[in-house]
Structures are given as C-alpha cells and as structure tokens.
Design a binder for this molecule. Structure first.
Ligand code: ES4
Ligand code: ZN
Length: 337
C-alpha cells in the first residue's frame, strides 16, 4: 500500500509524451462535431474497440486519423489543457512534450495555429497548476529529410517556444541517416535546439534484424548526437551499447504501458525495466500516448510497481531518474527532487 501511495504522490517529470496521444476518444468526437469533420470510426465505442493493436504501425494509423479533428488554435489548446489537468492530478510537476507539426501542416493547418494553441495551454498550466514544461518538435520518420528541413525552417519564428527536436513515427525502414542534415541544422544557430530521438522501440521482425536495430541505436547516438533516447528498450540486446549508455548517463525514456499495447513486450510482468535499472541504465517511466495505451504517467508508475513487484527504493530511484533525465538546469533539478 505504501508503495502505491508513493507512486501516486511522488513529484514526477515526464519526458516522453506525445500531445496528440492524449486525445481521449470523447474529445476526438467532441472536436469532430464542433468542427464538422467526419471521423473514420463512427462512435466513441468503435474507437475504443480499435485500441487493440498488433504493432506500432496499426496504432499510428488510428493516431493520425484521430488528429483530423484538430483544426483551430482552440482545439490544440483544449487537448493540451486536458493533458495538463490530468497529469497534474497524478503529480506530474514538469513535462517535456512532443508535438508532430507535420501531422497538421500536411492537412493544411498552419504551424502557428498548432504551436500557439499548445503554448497558450502550457502557459496557463504554469500559472494555474504550477506545472512547468518544455516543447519538443518531432519530425516524422516516414516523411523525407527535405520535408523535415522545411518544418525546421517553419519553426524559426517560434524558436523560443521550442527546447528540442525529436523523431517519431515508423522506425522500420527509416534509418537515422535520413535525418542527419536536419539535426545538424537544428543544433546550430539560429535554432540551438537540443536533440532527442525515438529508437529501439520495436523488436526484430523480417528484414528488421537485431543487427539493424543495434546499428540504428548507435547511429542515433553518433550521427544525430542525441542527448536522450526515447524507448531504447532494445539496447538490452547489446552489452557494448549498455556500457556506453550507462557510462555516459544517457537517459532512456521508457513507456511500459505503450510497450505492452504495441506488443514490444508480451505483458507488463515481462517488462525489462528492472533489468535495465540493474544494468546501470538511466531509465524513467513515461506514458507515451496515454489516451491509447491505458493510462497516464502515474498509472504507469503504479502498474509497473505492481507487475514487477518493485519496492519504495526502486520507485524512488525511478522518480529521481525522471528529474535527472529532464532538460531542467542542474540547480532546478536538485530543488525538485
Ligand atoms: C509514437 Cl509509441 C510511438 N512510437 C513512434 N512514434 C509515435 N508517435 C506517437 N507515438
Ligand atoms: Zn513515443
């Protein structure tokens, strides 16, 4: 009982959260109705039934379809505010939030609409909930390198709202080399963005071998020069990679419920989180796409504590890791832990 209270109450930092992945089915339908857009799933119940995924791609197809309800600044505000209220109720005190501008600009929604709506909600969260945040602009791995560079350029007028760039979407068939140019540009003047990337999320299948996965993880570190890896659970396949990530204290933002729902892990009881901690890796618990995967950040802490029978010391280490892994300055981190 003690541990479960701790999971709920401990101040947390969340670094792996796609704001579009916080769109609850009810909000999708409310926004669709408000905006007069048709959803490809007729009811909330249909959408909830569609949450049984066989892999990452099947989830992404639903996630992009649901995004079509987002048209106006107020829609992005409402989505972001709903997340802040929910996360805050689970004592997430700081969130570094991904958004996917291309998902919206491709549909004709202006970059400014997306970022202004999200930022306005984050400012209100700071004022009214005392929750701090940062924004991470993600490029979609399934689109071209040139497209990501155009998106980077579009972000220039809003660069003060953006802390870092990331990469998400389909990892199979989209190696990090595609995005070396955009990362080199993003890290330099006038942007000075920090760099993270999704990598090592899914296990081997077909042509996507263990060697490819480990190779992609090294290239993410060496070519893209990321400070943090999102997921990275496949790193356990390589002792050299574990050694490097541990020695350099490169954070891995792990998302337990996501890994189960997208079948990277069979069941929560089999999740490698504890193995990763014992290997010396700097791992944290995050919710990824909470509206799709069965729970928010605190729910993931609780689920993992129960399924892996973790004690107070383990959970305290995970919460402390969440602060160490954040982009907050060292002084601020100390004050928050
Ligand atoms: C994502 Cl779980 C996950 N993996 C890759 N890309 C994503 N976009 C949103 N959620
Ligand atoms: Zn993710």
């Amino acid at each position: 009982q003690h541990v479960l209270d701790f999971c709920r109450d401990v101040p947390k930092s969340e670094m792996h959260l796609h704001i579009e992945g916080t769109l609850e089915p009810e909000l999708v339908f409310e926004l669709a109705k408000r905006n007069g857009v048709a959803t490809h799933l007729p009811t909330v119940e249909d959408m909830k039934r569609a949450l049984d995924f066989k892999n990452l791609q099947q989830f992404l197809d639903l996630y992009y379809a649901a995004c079509s309800c987002l048209l106006h600044e107020q829609d992005f505000f409402d989505m972001t505010w709903a997340y802040c209220v929910k996360a805050s109720s689970q004592n997430v005190r700081h969130a570094e939030i991904f958004f996917d501008p291309q998902t919206h600009t491709e549909r004709g929604v202006a970059f400014s609409v997306v970022i202004t709506g999200i930022s306005r909600a984050l400012e209100q969260a700071k004022r009214e909930l005392g929750m701090t945040s940062a924004l991470i602009m993600c490029f979609l791995k399934h689109l071209s390198g040139d497209d990501s560079i155009r998106t980077l350029e579009e972000s220039l007028p809003f660069k003060d709202h953006i802390t870092a760039v990331g990469l998400d979407s389909t990892e199979i068939g989209n190696p990090p080399s595609k995005f070396k140019a955009v990362y080199d540009l993003a890290r330099a003047e006038p942007y000075n963005y920090r760099c993270v990337s999704h990598c090592g999320e899914e296990g081997p299948r077909g042509d996507y071998t263990e060697e490819t996965i480990i190779g992609d993880m090294w290239k993410t570190l060496e070519l893209l020069k990321v400070e943090r890896i999102d997921h990275g659970i496949q790193s356990l396949r390589s002792p050299e990679l574990i050694k490097h990530l541990s020695e350099k204290r490169i954070p891995l933002t792990v998302c337990p419920f996501s890994n189960v729902r997208l079948r990277a892990v069979d069941k929560l009881e089999d999740h490698p989180l504890k193995k990763m901690m014992d290997s010396g890796l700097l791992v944290s618990i995050n919710s990824d796409d909470p509206a799709y995967f069965g729970g928010y950040c605190g729910d993931n802490y609780l689920g993992v504590a129960l399924a892996l029978q973790l004690g107070l010391a383990d959970m305290a280490e995970l919460a402390a890791n969440s602060w160490e892994s954040s982009f907050l300055p060292a002084v601020a981190k100390g004050a928050r832990i």
